[in-house]
Design a protein. Structure first.
Length: 317
């Protein structure tokens, strides 16, 4: 039993003939596609025509919420720390409905607030340097929390159209019904596994330039799941995907295999993340899957037939 539990806390990588953990040509490696500051955090700046859409479950109102321009007097130097009072929307759905596809619009969730809804598919950005952004604003250190129920996904991209130029920063995805310490906890027979961020690339649909940074994913079936239609060659299904400085904690399932991160046939940068206690809930004799036990299929990360993958500075606990 001990060895089986240990294997569930490490990472797992299976490679086809053309796969490589590190690719040979430097310019082909997945990399950060936005600049970082001296402390290593991605620098995000709105464009002159960016719409800033604030969301607060505690004091927002969908009827009175409105977009702001970056030069509005209430915004100040950073949209994530407005200096004046803003009029936020109450629901993420209402704010996303006012964000424009193909534009560098920002949807900002208030720190410390809680929502019982997912983001759905974020809008595409304008370009590599002008992504759309879903992030946090306000005072305090508590990330905005999305409480996921059942098989709900925090982010689920439009798998038929693909996506491009999106940044998701500073959010918490929490499957509350799977946390044994939560008052909303249910037996796994009653709930299916929520997924923090889900990408399923269908035939001829592809994704380009996705940043996920400083997010926390807890008690999901997977924090990040990237499944790829085997017919989708070419084009590249997902490229320039950067998953960095995230907390991936306590993800498990009693009804299926479970990993902190699952990826198939894609290229990705995994940088400076912390993975702890993923793939299993309990250690017991037999390690039964239906009780959330550790099995040979459950790991912090599970990468299958991937290529041009970079693991850098991660902690697997």
């Amino acid at each position: 039993m001990k060895s089986e539990c240990l294997v569930a806390t490490l990472f797992f990588f299976t490679a086809g003939p053309s796969a490589a953990l590190y690719c040979t040509a430097q310019e082909e490696r997945p990399s950060r596609w936005l600049a970082v500051d001296e402390d290593g955090w991605t620098v995000l700046s709105p464009s002159a025509d960016t719409r800033l859409l604030f969301v607060s479950s505690s004091d927002g109102d969908d009827a009175t919420g409105r977009p702001y321009a970056p030069d509005d007097g209430a915004i100040g130097l950073s949209p994530q720390s407005p200096v004046g009072k803003v009029r936020p929307y109450k629901t993420i759905h209402a704010a996303m409905a006012n964000a424009r596809d193909g534009q560098p619009d920002w949807v900002l969730l208030k720190r410390g607030d809680v929502w019982h809804e997912g983001i759905g598919a974020p809008r595409n950005g304008r370009s590599e340097k002008e992504p759309s952004v879903v992030a946090a604003y306000g005072e305090g250190s508590r990330r905005p929390q999305l409480r996921l129920r059942g098989k709900q996904s925090g982010v689920r991209f439009d798998i038929h159209k693909g996506f491009h130029d999106v940044a998701i920063v500073g959010l918490e995805f929490y499957a509350c019904e799977k946390d044994p310490k939560s008052p909303e906890f249910k037996l796994e027979s009653e709930v299916k596994s929520a997924i923090g961020i889900f990408i399923s690339s269908k035939y001829m649909a592809c994704g380009q330039r996705l940043l996920v940074e400083d997010c926390c994913m807890r008690f999901c079936g997977a924090s990040l799941q990237i499944a790829h239609d085997r017919r989708n060659r070419p084009p590249e299904p997902v490229s320039q995907l950067a998953f960095r400085r995230n907390l991936v904690l306590d993800n498990y399932s009693r009804t299926s295999h479970s990993q902190g991160t699952y990826a198939h046939a894609i290229s990705i940068l995994l940088e400076e993340n912390i993975y702890d206690h993923n793939g299993w809930l309990v250690q017991e004799s037999g390690n039964r899957k239906d009780r959330g036990g550790a099995t040979i299929f459950n790991h912090n990360t599970y990468f299958c037939d991937c290529h041009d993958v970079v693991f850098r500075g991660n902690m697997f606990l």
